[in-house]
Ligand binder design. Structure first.
Ligand code: NAG
Ligand code: NAG
Ligand code: NAG
Ligand code: NAG
Ligand code: NAG
Length: 429
């Protein structure tokens, strides 16, 4: 997900280990699609699709898209609305003693982990962490500069609540979370290796549509950095089969395989910036100066990868260039609901057998990452429109979102500033 608190202060990265000892063998956690009965979002999708809530049914992409699209009114076309509730995969893990299952959206674009610690007003079924039932839960103390480091933009320090280190996470889609920094133990199945003193935000007030975020950015409080401070590598692979639960692997368990992309670390933000040289349509560069994708010193411009953003997005000037290039091949496009580049299916022939849709790719140092057709062109339910699954972004940051990386094993190796990508059939549980 996309924080809109960029660049207010300088983050000084915590160069030291925040916690006692790293689990030895690496850790594996599920990434649950919103269409699974295991996901807190499942019931919402049933509701949006008028399906009886009393039984578990198998949901497909049509249900999923319908749910995504009901989140928006046709006029609300902007980055601010498109990210809201948008189809996130949630990770679960165990927290506290006795262990409780907690959930959060797995988000390489967020710095901290926060879990909701109370049910929000008007929120029906989402789970929350009952911290008072945990013997190992502790609030972070105001004078603990290591755990309450206000150089991090998410951490406010001790302000309105007496003697509590506060955090606030605000995202681009106007969702937010506010609460206190705390520590507790976390564990992962099946090894049940215990990780002590895990630092997280215990949220007291957050948007109804969220139950937690598992930050996995390149900053000190993120899950990979806390688990394995010396080598915070991890990998995930999200299956396009909405019935399957995917996995994310941390530390020694991470699967780094396939082509490598350079990542660039920014001193002020935790984002993973990619060295994108060009955006290609049918192998031709869109007409935009490559500098629009370059990371700026303050981190406000560039091209980042973000597992918490659904559809990839290009900064406005690049999105216009993309649209012009596609229109060179297909003629004038139409806007439909949240999507700006759409064509009637009759333009392509029967889905998906005729291949008249332009290919879209990102040129990086050693190759072009070309997206599969089905990852970029989708038939919108209850319509005859096929739309490009990419959005205009109002900030200077273009984003590689997870819809374009389905069925791709994605590896992150922050120590070597490398991202690994390989098309595959994702491991599922
Ligand atoms: C539905 O799925 C959930 C989660 O997998 C499970 O706990 C529950 O027992 C299932 N309910 C029915 C009626 O099958
Ligand atoms: C999804 O499921 C619905 C109802 O079960 C069915 O009508 C529809 O054809 C399915 N769509 C796809 C793409 O499988
Ligand atoms: C998705 O996975 C389910 C469960 O394993 C399987 O039954 C189904 O055929 C798969 N669907 C596709 C489109 O591969
Ligand atoms: C690109 O290829 C060159 C030559 O094979 C290699 O030295 C370099 O490490 C590669 N860069 C990346 C990011 O993979
Ligand atoms: C690592 O991922 C690749 C696909 O990128 C897969 O072929 C391979 O089996 C995976 N290795 C392990 C040990 O999971």
């Amino acid at each position: 997900m996309f924080p809109n608190i960029l660049l207010i202060t300088t983050i000084s990265f915590l160069a030291f280990s925040l916690a006692s000892s790293s689990p030895s063998k690496g850790l594996i956690a599920p990434l649950i699609p919103p269409t699974s009965p295991r996901s807190p979002f499942y019931i919402e999708i049933l509701k949006e699709n008028n399906i009886l809530i009393t039984k578990n049914v198998t949901l497909n992409r049509t249900h999923y898209m319908k749910w995504l699209l009901t989140k928006y009114s046709p006029d609300e076309f902007s980055e601010v609305y498109f990210q809201k509730d948008a189809g996130y995969h949630v990770m679960d893990m165990y927290m506290g003693d006795p262990a409780q299952l907690v959930y959060g959206i797995f988000d390489t674009g967020s710095d901290i982990v926060w879990i909701q610690c109370t049910r929000q007003t008007g929120q029906k079924k989402f789970p929350y962490y009952k911290y008072s039932k945990s013997d190992t839960y502790k609030n972070v103390q105001c004078d603990d500069k290591q755990k309450c480091n206000t150089d991090n933009t998410y951490i406010l320090g001790c302000k309105s609540l007496p003697n509590n280190c506060e955090f606030k996470a605000t995202y681009g889609d106007a969702t937010s979370a506010f609460g206190v920094m705390a520590t507790d133990i976390i564990t992962f199945k099946p090894e049940w290796e215990i990780f002590h003193d895990f630092i997280f935000g215990c949220s007291l007030k957050n948007s109804n549509s969220m139950m937690g975020v598992i930050g996995a950015s390149n900053s000190g409080y993120s899950l990979p950095k806390q688990l394995y401070p010396n080598d915070p590598k991890f990998s995930y692979c999200i299956s396009d089969n909405l019935s399957k639960t995917s996995v994310v692997k941390f530390g020694p368990a991470a699967n780094l395989s396939g082509g490598t992309l350079d990542m660039i670390k920014n001193l002020h933000t935790g984002f993973y910036y990619l060295d994108v040289l060009a955006v290609k349509v049918n192998g031709q560069d869109i007409d935009v100066r490559p500098v629009v994708f370059e990371m700026s010193n303050d981190g406000s411009k560039g091209f980042v990868t973000d597992s918490g953003t659904t559809f990839s997005g290009l900064t406005s000037v690049a999105f216009d260039a993309l649209k012009r290039k596609i229109e060179q091949f297909l003629g004038p496009s139409k806007k439909y609901m949240i999507f700006e580049i759409c064509y009637p299916t009759s333009r392509f022939g029967p889905w998906p057998w005729q291949h008249a849709r332009p290919t879209i790719g990102l040129e990086v140092t050693n190759f072009t990452l070309e997206f599969e057709e089905i990852r970029v062109w989708q038939l919108i339910p209850n319509s005859n429109m096929e739309c490009l699954q990419m959005m205009r972004v109002m900030s200077g940051l273009s984003i590689l979102g997870f819809e374009q990386l389905l069925n791709v094993n994605v590896g992150h190796d922050p120590n070597h500033n490398l991202m690994y990508l390989e098309k595959t059939t994702c491991e599922t549980t």
